[in-house]
Ligand binder design. Structure first.
Ligand code: ADP
Length: 270
């Protein structure tokens, strides 16, 4: 069965006995395969902007006599280098998240503020495209976690909602504390995501429509960063969507009990 990887080592032990060592390498093999995939994907994704930057530099050199062409190539060069920068930043962020134990740097986080900041950052872009940002509700509990990670996650979802929204539509951000969970949902009136893609959009580098995503400047890593952050905080992220009817991403994070001081409950071990 290829789901199991067992390494067997057999050695004679004198004339009468043999020694059989069986090592379960299933988990190791799986982790190695994931790492291998990631490295292959990263190399592939980096080659595109790096290649473009190389070609554009040559083109600028060749077009030295033609200032209009030089300006055009320079503009493209700058777009590609920004893209490369974002990609590298997301790759670093994701690798950091995958190896990080969130409990070490946890502090009480006011999710209302996190959402407000994420919304503020997209306000200019939304206004320019006639997109209305509608924020409603309130998180009454406190989420215990890493404020930077939580900010990154909410920002990615709000950024996506705005970038995939057509002009003159509404992006709704709802907040609610229910049964010890902080629930934040982000709804857009964009193209929606087909059922068969709904799980896959959380995978690294998966894009439903690579050409369109590239236009909106995405790296394909945003949602997988969101998924890791939320999982690191003991929560979950879900997606409701239908093609042509927009999308709703909902993040649920456990709220901490304000009666229990976290410092004392967190310290386990030695
Ligand atoms: P990207 O950087 O390409 O946006 P993400 O990981 O954030 O990468 O999203 C993965 C893919 O999921 C996107 O390329 C896009 O196809 C799809 N997607 C994400 N958010 C939305 C949304 N709000 N509406 C429609 N499609 C979306």
């Amino acid at each position: 069965d290829e789901r199991w990887q067992v390494h067997l080592r057999i050695a004679p032990l004198g004339d009468e006995y043999i020694l059989i060592l069986a090592e379960d390498r299933t988990e190791l093999t799986r982790t190695e395969a994931i790492r291998h995939d990631f490295v292959a994907n990263v190399s592939h994704e980096l080659k595109t902007p790096v290649g473009a930057i190389g070609l554009l530099s040559e083109a600028i050199d060749d077009a030295a006599e033609d200032p209009v062409a030089v300006r055009r190539f320079t503009r493209r060069l700058s777009i590609e280098s920004v893209r490369l920068g974002e990609l590298v930043q997301d790759i670093i962020e994701l690798s950091r998240l995958q190896s990080k134990d969130v409990a070490g740097e946890a502090s009480p986080v006011d999710m209302n503020r996190v959402v407000a900041e994420a919304v503020d950052r997209v306000r200019t872009e939304a206004e320019a495209r006639g997109i209305t940002l509608r924020v409603a509700g309130e998180i009454t509990g406190v989420v215990f976690g890493d404020p930077d990670q939580l900010m990154t996650a909410i920002r990615n979802l709000v950024d996506n909602a705005v970038s995939y929204s057509p002009e003159n539509t509404v992006v709704g951000i709802g907040m609610k504390s229910v049964k010890g969970l902080a629930r934040i949902s982000i709804t857009d009136q964009g193209p929606g995501i087909a059922y068969e893609d709904q799980e896959r959009v959380f995978e690294r580098f998966y894009r439903v429509d690579a050409a369109r995503s590239r236009q909106t400047g995405g790296t394909g890593l945003g949602l997988s960063i969101v998924k890791h952050v939320v999982a690191n905080h003991g929560g979950e992220v879900s997606l409701w969507s239908r093609l042509g009817s927009g999308s709703t991403f909902t993040v649920k994070l456990p709220e901490s009990d304000p009666e229990i001081p976290q410092e004392t409950t967190e310290s386990g071990g030695k």
